[in-house]
Structure formats: structure tokens, C-alpha cells
Design a protein around this ligand. Structure first.
Ligand code: NAG
Ligand code: NAG
Ligand code: NAG
Ligand code: NAG
Ligand code: NAG
Ligand code: NAG
Ligand code: NAG
Ligand code: NAG
Ligand code: NAG
Ligand code: NAG
Length: 880
């Protein structure tokens, strides 16, 4: 108790320093009068009125009974939206920065109707969630961790037929860019200060995260100690001393600490962040050590004393029930503990916001003409809320562009607005039946894609710019009394247009569809000549900037592609061949050659801050055992990598039997794959300066081409994604279960021996055909399983039974020996990769009848000639 009052004293000091306004905080009291600016004393947070962030809606106030039970002032007022389908707040932010965005709702029977509404909440162009008000007297909040790709964010409330949308408060908090790095935005599911009975936020948390007391309905004991701020070491996630000073432990000392929840939908994806600290001074005969198993995997972990250690999942978790347990190890004298846990739902926002140039232009047009329409939020997205009078083009993950602006009969006055010239993708512009005056501006002729321009029934004057008389443009200018007709030939042309105008306008949809069909036919017919077609169709075809022209050994010129090139290469992202960390992989063609195009999802690209530097590095790497990078695209949030296409999918699919039986890997093929992969690793470590650590060696990252040659993929990039071991020693990843070097959990450092460890795990999979983590109750690791069998000396129990005894047992023993050495818990006992390569070659020579012809990295002849003949039939590209 004494400690905690000292703590409060320290807190007041902190607040005095920060009282000027919290840096990185934007706190909006919705419905407060314009100009209102106050500090809510119980929170010490400075709120301002929402007047500067929105032009629509009606201010409201909760009933007096409710104000008496809710003492915080920002909860009293609200803004409701009885009119318009979508109403939006627009808040300036720093582009690329990470924010915690919170919306707060307290109904408080403000409208006297006692009807709890339900409505949708959009974040920019994407659905954030549906808001269901559950109790008139309880303030609800929704939170999302989000990186904005624009210099503002829009929070929109959408009427869905179930009552009037309203909002009470909006709070934005700037987070550390290096925290919560995941593909997608993170919606709060639960944030729990375990072992605590109090809710904490700002004052106890610099980022103003709200920490709740959660009930997991498990039989837990609460632990609590006093921690003084001085003796406590934080990490970049900054759960502060108060949050970390409580924890839970299983009520039964020997029971595991189980975390489990049942998602509403099986497909929901979750990301978990756990914060640990040891609260007890451990005596020499005490240890607290635990394993984590189930959805997350971690071995022999001991929380450090009075220091925060954060463990998080890299891959998203999903399923009917998500469950993992912390189980004390044999050496541990104390049960496992956990101090705090954050569970987020991963939101993949696939819809990009409309192209910023178009947004700026249309916003300017709206204000110049004082357009009285329900023009709120993103103009093009979501497509269901497209602004009235607009049409847009949507291509893959590219930002939508405005293609139609129809402001006919809208009471427009004044001149034709110059901002229209910035809608550069405009195809249809209809300003007919208004009171526009002045001349027809020349800039309209510079809109290259314009097909229909209707200026009828206005008061325009002067000459028609001659440049508008072109065959590609259908121009209508009738009933402008002051407009001068130009010379006879132009007049004739115009007449002609006028007379056919109506039928053409009416059938324009049909024409467009026809064009699409023709284009599609051309595409199919000439897909294999994709590049040539692109050159025919427009001038903006691939304009490569060659980066390494002198490297003649490369099959492709490594290129920088524009996003439109990528759209063409992938035929507008038609065929998905894979989904994985940070993006989707599409099949594409460059000339005759299939390629795999990995597009990083727009919400994850900020995880790749060093994208370009990394890619440059990858461009230099070339080895026959590494999937080669053909090129890349780096246009704003459109980031993509173009790789050579690997027709036979990944090794894991073959080992798990997901692939056709005809492609069954016999022992010799397996060994060749192992040698290939090891050679790739050896090249990365020894052939590159500085050496490259793969960091994510696993059987799904070993790809097989049409001849079943193995190549490593996804190397190097993981570096930008995983936390850099050098500087951040206080966070770890509970990663792809089973492949991560156990030493990593002790040192937080990945070394070349970590890759050797992961490779050893892959080799064990190759030998045994077993999953890395057993699918039974014990969830034992493949290395444990093999070690337990080695003692018995029965090779047949270890080796994949599907090989049906067809192998040389000396060769297999050799491989088992190499693999177990690689997975040695002590990194010093693991062989270096070049030793692995030469030992595997030994094993291979034992396996082949042609023992004298060793398989070498320099060997240019096809080492699997004997089998390719049978395989040709299956070398068609297949989805993986
Ligand atoms: C609100 O008041 C504080 C303190 O006087 C000031 O620093 C801040 O700029 C004001 N904010 C707004 C939006 O006026
Ligand atoms: C986060 O990244 C953005 C864009 O790179 C940068 O502008 C911003 O200053 C960074 N914020 C912090 C808190 O580091
Ligand atoms: C709403 O919450 C209040 C306060 O917690 C509670 O007293 C009341 O019973 C709740 N009403 C309903 C309908 O659940
Ligand atoms: C919780 O654990 C305690 C201590 O092991 C035990 O006495 C109690 O019966 C358990 N309660 C339940 C509901 O399982
Ligand atoms: C640990 O050591 C202390 C004295 O050093 C002793 O009193 C205690 O019983 C020991 N505890 C265990 C679990 O061995
Ligand atoms: C924890 O993991 C280690 C290392 O894999 C293993 O030796 C031990 O048996 C595991 N303990 C439990 C209780 O699962
Ligand atoms: C467990 O304790 C034994 C004996 O002290 C030690 O050799 C072993 O390394 C410990 N295991 C772990 C995983 O710490
Ligand atoms: C928008 O354009 C698309 C494709 O050109 C067309 O199918 C659709 O009908 C148009 N929508 C409107 C509202 O004009
Ligand atoms: C523009 O909108 C008006 C009224 O909705 C419609 O009659 C007209 O055909 C539209 N113009 C074009 C070019 O689609
Ligand atoms: C068009 O966009 C450019 C660049 O965004 C801007 O500088 C210019 O002012 C805009 N032109 C008009 C007429 O709005």
C-alpha cells in the first residue's frame, strides 16, 4: 500500500510535465460546441470540440440521470446523424504513422426514444465493424491499430436501417511504429491486465490503451506486488509498472495456465501479444520456467525479474477454438505466470482509398460549386457507397480512380472548375443543364481518356477549343446561346456527333462491355505474347529501368515494374497461386514465361520500411538453389515482388501427401532436395557479403520446379519483418511452431546457426514425413520424437513408412545423424552449413548406385536426368 501511494505521487509529477497536451494524442468530444477545449480532470486528457472535423450531423446530450452517473465530461455530448446514409469525420494524421484509433459510444437516451441503434462504422474505404449499442447506460468503445496511407483518416458512420447513428468521442493515439507489426490492421478483441480488479488507461499507460479485467473462466490465482517505476525496465510496448505488477498463475501449481477463446467466426484471424515479468525474487533453488504449446509454441522460457518481456505471434491464429497453454517444465519449481495479454482481430483492409489526387480534385469541385449532395467519406469506396454522380474504376488493390463525373441538373453556377483537369482518368463528364458561364476551357482537351463531354444547356460563351474536335470524343454543346460555332468543317463534324449522340450515350454501357469482351478475347489469345500486346494497346507499356544489365547469367533482366505492368503481367490478378505472410501470390506471364507475383497487402507494406533496400539486396543474389527475383514494383502502397514460377509447389505439400501420388518423392529425390536447399543456405551465408540469414527456413519455403529441383524462397525479406535481434532484446516471436532456434528465446538473436537448426528440422521432416509438431495430445516436437527412437536403433520406425523400405539404410542413418546434429539445442554443437552440404553429399552418394558421381554445386549437367522423363507429364503449373 505504501508503495502504491508513492507511485501515485510520482504519477502526478508526470502529469504536470505533460499537462500541456499529450503529444501524439487527438481527443475529440463529439457534439461539443465549436471552440470548446478542456481537460477532463479524472483522465488528464485534453478534449476539443468536433466542429473542425465534420460539417454534418446534429449535436445532442444524454439525459440528466445519465450525466449524473457518468462523471467524465467527454461522455455527455454526442453527435447524431438523422440525415444522409454516410457521415464522416476527417482527421489529419501523419501518413505512414501507426495509430490507436478509438471510437466511444454512449446512447444515454439522448433522443428520448429509448431505442438502441445499430449502424456500421467505416475506416476510410473499409468496413471497420458494426456498432451494436447494447445498453443505453454503458459507454462502449471500439479500437483499431491502423497505419494510414493518406495524410488523413476518415471515420464514417453508416445508417443501415436500424436507428440513427451517433458517436460520443474519437481518440487517436500515436504508437511506436516498431510495435504491433502485423499484416493488416488490428481490432481490439481483449486487452487484459491479468490479476487486476481495476481498469487502467492514460496515467497508467502512456499510449492510453484501456486495460480491462478479463474473465477467462479459468481457475487462476491472482498475484500482486508493488513495483516502483524506477526499478522497472520497460520495452517498446510499454506496459507500465502498474499493469505488470499483477499476474495470474494456475490455482493448482501443477496445472497448465490455459488461454482459450471461441471466435465468433472460424475464419477470424487473431494476433496475440503477451507481456511477462517475474514478480518474485527467486532464490537459488527456485526456477520458473515454462513451455508454451497449442496455437503458440515456445520452449523453456523464464520471465526476467522486473523487466518487461513481450511475446507475440507472427502468424495469425484462427479456428473454432483458439487455445494454448503454458506448462511448467520439469526443472521448474514455480508454476507459469502471465502479467498481461492483448488479443487483436486481424483486419485485412483490401479496399484501397481513392487516389489522393482525385480526392483532392473532387473535394475542391464540391466546395467550388457548393454541391448539395450526400458527398461524404471516400468518393469511390466502398463501391456500395459510391458518391452520387460519380463512377470509378477498381483494379485489384490499386487505388480507385474517378472515371465519371455527372453533375447534370445540379444548379451549378460560375465557370468550369479548373480542378476538373486533375481528374486525369475521367472518361465521362456531364455538366449539362446548369448555369455555367465563361469559355470552354482548353484543359478539357488534355483529359486523355475523356470519351463523352456533355455541356448542353448552359450559358457558355466563346469558341469551342479546336482540340476538342477529335474522333475519340463525343462532344455535346447544344443550347448554349452565346457559344460561337467554329468553321464549317468543325461544325459538320459536331453536327454529326450531335445527331448520333443520343443512341450512343444510351448504348455506352453496351459498348464498354463489348470492349471488355474484345479485350478479354485478345488477352486469352495472346496471353503468351503479353508484352507485345501491351505495346500495341497503349504507349504506357513496360518501361523497364534495368538495374543489372551486365549480368548475362540472368535469365531475366531484373526490372522495376510499374503497377500497371503488374496488372498486365497478372492479367489483373486473375489467378491466385498462394496466400501467405504479408500478401497474396498471383500467377503471371512475362512473354512466354510464367512468374509468381507476390503483392504485399496494402495494410502490411508499412512493415517493410526497408523494402527498397532489401529488394536491392535480393536483386544481387543469384544461385540455382534460390528462387530468383525477376523484378519488383514499388509504387506507393503498391509493393510487389516478381519471382520465377515454381511449378511443383512447396516441399511440405509433397511430404504431407497433398500432391499427386505420381510425384511421390523417393529417398534419392528427397536427398537431392535436401542438398539443393543446403546449397542455397550455404550460398546465402558464405557467398554473400555481408552474409544473409534466411531466418525462416521451413518446408513451405522450399519450392520445387518442374524438374523437382529445390529452391529456397522468401529469404532476406523476413529480416525486415522480424524484429531485429541487434537492438530489440526485449521482444520475441512465438513463431511458426517448431522451426525457430530454441536458443533464440534465450538470446533473442538469430545467427547462422539458427538457420542450421531450422534446416535440421526440415531434414527431419524429409526423413520421417512427420509433421514438425505431433498432432496428438503431447504435441511433441519432431526432434524429440526422433531422439527417442534413435536409442532403439530401429531405422524403420524413424523413416517415412511411405518409402516402404526402399532406401539404403546407411544413407538414411547418415542423414539422421546430420539432422540431429543440426537440431542440437546447443548452437556450438551444430555443424556449419558447408559441413552439412558435404555430409549430405556423402549420404546421397550412398543412396545412388552411381556412387562415384557426386552431386556438386558446380555440376551443370542435370542431376536428375533419370527421373525427368517420367515427370514431364506433370510439369504443368499447378496452384499451390
Ligand atoms: C486547447 O487548449 C490547449 C491549452 O490551452 C492548447 O495547447 C491547445 O492548442 C488547444 N487546442 C485547440 C484545438 O484549440
Ligand atoms: C512512423 O513512421 C512514419 C512514416 O515513416 C513517420 O513519419 C513517423 O514519424 C514515425 N513515427 C514514429 C513515432 O516513429
Ligand atoms: C444496463 O447497465 C446498467 C448499469 O450497469 C444495469 O443496471 C442495467 O440493468 C443494464 N440494462 C440492461 C437492459 O441490461
Ligand atoms: C480451483 O483450484 C483450487 C486449488 O487447486 C481447488 O481447490 C478448487 O477446487 C478449484 N476450483 C475449481 C472450480 O476447479
Ligand atoms: C530452498 O532453500 C531454502 C534455504 O536456502 C530452503 O529453506 C527451502 O526449503 C528450499 N526450497 C526447496 C524447494 O528446496
Ligand atoms: C518443454 O520443452 C522442452 C524442450 O523441448 C522439453 O524437453 C520438455 O519436456 C517440455 N516440457 C513439458 C512439460 O512439456
Ligand atoms: C534442468 O536441470 C538440469 C540439472 O540442473 C540441467 O542439466 C538442464 O540443463 C536443465 N534443463 C533446462 C531446460 O534448463
Ligand atoms: C460504373 O461503371 C461500371 C463499369 O464501367 C458500370 O458497369 C456501372 O454500371 C457504372 N455505374 C454507374 C452508377 O454508372
Ligand atoms: C447524368 O445523370 C443524368 C441524371 O441522373 C442522366 O439523365 C444522364 O444520362 C447522365 N449522363 C451520363 C453521361 O450518363
Ligand atoms: C492539380 O493538382 C496539383 C498537384 O496535386 C496541384 O498543385 C494543382 O493546384 C491542382 N490543380 C487544380 C486546378 O486544382
Amino acid at each position: 500500500m505504501g508503495m502504491s501511494s508513492i507511485f501515485v505521487g510520482a504519477l502526478v509529477l508526470v502529469i504536470l510535465i505533460q499537462a500541456k497536451g499529450q503529444p501524439g494524442f487527438i481527443s475529440i468530444d463529439c457534439g461539443a460546441e465549436a471552440g470548446v477545449n478542456y481537460t477532463e480532470p479524472s483522465l488528464d486528457i485534453n478534449y476539443v470540440s468536433d466542429a473542425n472535423f465534420i460539417n454534418t450531423g446534429v449535436r445532442g446530450i444524454i439525459t440528466s440521470e445519465e450525466t449524473s452517473t457518468h462523471t467524465q465530461r467527454q461522455l455527455w455530448r454526442l453527435r447524431s446523424f438523422p440525415e444522409g446514409k454516410r457521415n464522416c469525420y476527417k482527421i489529419s494524421v501523419t501518413r505512414g504513422s501507426k495509430y490507436l484509433v478509438r471510437t466511444v459510444f454512449l446512447y444515454g437516451n439522448y433522443d428520448g426514444r429509448n431505442m438502441l441503434p445499430q449502424f456500421d462504422l467505416l475506416l476510410g474505404a473499409n468496413l471497420w465493424d458494426t456498432v451494436t449499442i447494447k445498453n443505453a447506460s454503458i459507454d462502449q468503445s471500439m479500437e483499431i491499430i491502423h497505419v494510414s496511407s493518406l495524410d488523413f483518416i476518415q471515420i464514417c458512420l453508416v445508417y443501415t436501417g436500424n436507428g440513427t447513428p451517433f458517436i460520443t468521442a474519437i481518440e487517436l493515439r500515436t504508437l511506436n511504429n516498431d510495435t504491433y507489426v502485423t499484416p493488416g490492421s488490428l481490432e481490439r478483441y481483449m486487452r487484459c491486465d491479468l490479476g487486476s480488479n481495476t481498469v487502467y488507461r492514460y496515467g497508467y499507460d502512456d499510449y492510453d490503451r484501456i486495460w480491462s479485467t478479463c474473465d477467462f473462466k479459468e481457475n487462476w490465482t491472482q498475484l500482486s506486488v508493488s513495483i516502483s517505476d524506477d526499478s522497472f525496465v520497460e520495452n517498446e510496448y510499454k506496459p507500465e509498472a502498474t499493469i505488470m505488477s499483477t499476474a495470474v498463475t494456475p490455482a493448482n501449481d501443477n496445472a497448465p495456465l490455459v488461454i482459450r477463446w471461441e471466435p465468433e467466426h472460424e475464419t477470424d484471424e487473431f494476433s496475440v501479444y503477451m507481456h511477462f515479468t517475474e514478480l518474485q525474487v527467486l532464490t537459488t533453488n527456485q526456477t520458473r520456467q515454462f513451455n508454451m504449446s497449442g496455437a503458440l509454441f515456445l520452449q523453456n522460457y523464464s520471465p526476467p525479474y522486473m523487466r518487461v518481456f513481450t511475446i507475440y505471434s507472427v502468424s495469425a491464429l484462427s479456428g473454432k477454438e483458439i487455445k494454448f497453454s503454458l506448462e511448467r517444465t520439469e526443472n521448474s519449481t514455480l508454476p507459469p505466470i502471465m502479467n498481461a495479454i492483448e488479443i487483436y482481430k486481424v483486419k485485412q483492409f483490401h479496399q484501397s482509398d481513392t487516389f489522393q489526387g482525385d480526392v483532392d480534385a473532387i473535394t475542391s469541385i464540391k466546395s467550388v460549386y457548393g454541391v448539395k449532395r450526400d458527398w461524404e467519406g471516400d468518393p469511390c469506396a466502398p463501391a456500395a457507397y459510391l458518391w452520387d454522380g460519380l463512377n470509378c474504376s477498381y483494379q485489384g488493390i490499386e487505388s480507385p480512380r474517378i472515371t465519371t463525373l455527372n453533375l447534370s441538373s445540379s444548379g451549378l453556377h460560375g465557370k468550369i472548375a479548373p480542378s476538373i483537369s486533375n481528374l486525369t482518368m475521367l472518361e465521362i463528364l456531364d455538366l449539362s443543364n446548369n448555369s455555367l458561364n465563361g469559355e470552354i476551357p482548353d484543359f478539357l482537351s488534355q483529359l486523355q481518356h475523356l470519351k463523352i463531354l456533355n455541356l448542353e444547356k448552359n450559358n457558355l460563351s466563346g469558341l469551342i477549343p479546336p482540340a476538342l474536335n477529335k474522333d475519340s470524343l463525343l462532344l455535346r454543346v447544344d443550347q448554349n446561346p452565346y457559344l460561337c460555332e467554329a468553321d464549317q468543317s468543325n461544325k459538320k463534324k459536331k453536327k454529326k456527333h450531335n445527331s448520333i449522340a443520343t443512341p450512343i450515350v444510351a448504348s455506352v454501357g453496351g459498348v464498354l462491355i463489348l470492349l471488355v469482351v474484345v479485350a478479354a478475347m485478345l488477352w486469352t489469345a495472346k496471353r503468351r505474347k503479353a508484352k507485345a500486346l501491351m505495346l500495341e494497346k497503349d504507349q504506357s507499356a513496360i518501361s523497364p529501368q534495368y538495374t543489372e544489365q551486365n549480368d548475362s547469367s540472368l535469365r531475366f533482366q531484373k526490372q522495376i515494374y510499374s503497377y500497371s505492368d503488374i496488372v498486365k503481367i497478372t492479367n489483373n490478378f486473375t489467378t491466385i497461386v498462394g496466400k501467405g505472410g504479408f500478401g497474396t501470390v498471383y500467377l503471371g506471364y512475362i512473354e512466354d514465361t510464367p512468374v509468381a507475383v507476390k503483392m504485399l497487402s496494402p495494410s502490411s507494406v508499412h512493415g517493410y520500411q526497408q523494402f527498397q533496400a532489401e529488394v536491392k539486396l535480393l536483386m544481387r543474389v543469384h544461385h540455382k538453389s534460390l528462387t530468383s527475383l525477376v523484378g519488383y514494383c514499388n509504387e506507393g502502397t503498391n509493393k510487389g515482388l516478381v519471382y520465377e514460377y515454381m511449378a511443383n509447389g512447396n516441399l511440405q505439400e509433397h511430404l504431407s501427401g497433398k500432391r499427386s501420388q505420381r510425384n511421390f518423392l523417393n529417398w534419392e529425390k528427397r536427398l537431392r532436395i535436401a542438398v539443393d536447399a543446403a546449397l542455397g543456405l550455404e550460398y546465402l551465408q558464405n557467398g554473400c557479403k555481408p552474409p544473409i540469414f534466411h531466418r525462416d527456413v521451413k518446408s513451405t519455403n522450399i519450392l520445387l520446379n518442374e524438374h523437382l529441383h529445390a529452391k529456397l524462397s522468401d529469404f532476406g525479406l523476413s529480416k525486415a519483418v522480424l524484429t531485429d535481434g541487434g537492438t530489440h532484446v526485449s521482444t520475441v516471436i512465438a513463431g511458426t511452431p517448431g522451426y525457430l532456434d530454441p536458443e533464440y528465446y534465450l538470446t533473442s538473436r538469430l545467427t547462422e546457426k539458427s538457420d542450421v537448426y531450422s534446416f535440421g528440422v526440415v531434414l527431419l521432416e524429409i526423413i520421417t514425413g512427420q509433421p514438425v509438431i505431433a498432432k496428438n495430445e503431447e504435441k511433441s516436437h519432431i526432434s524429440e520424437w526422433v531422439r527417442s527412437l534413435i536409442g532403439k536403433g530401429d531405422i524403420n520406425a524413424i523413416v517415412d513408412s511411405r518409402l516402404e523400405g526402399e532406401f539404403d539404410s546407411n544413407s538414411v542413418w547418415k542423414a539422421v545423424e546430420i539432422a540431429t546434429a543440426c537440431v542440437s539445442p546447443n548452437p556450438n554443437r551444430r555443424p556449419i552449413i558447408s559441413v552439412v552440404v558435404s555430409e549430405l553429399n556423402e549420404s546421397l552418394s550412398l543412396a545412388t548406385e552411381l556412387a562415384q558421381t557426386k552431386y556438386r554445386s558446380t555440376d551443370t549437367s542435370d542431376p536428375v536426368k533419370r527421373v525427368t522423363m517420367n515427370l514431364n507429364i506433370e510439369s504443368l503449373p499447378r496452384a499451390r
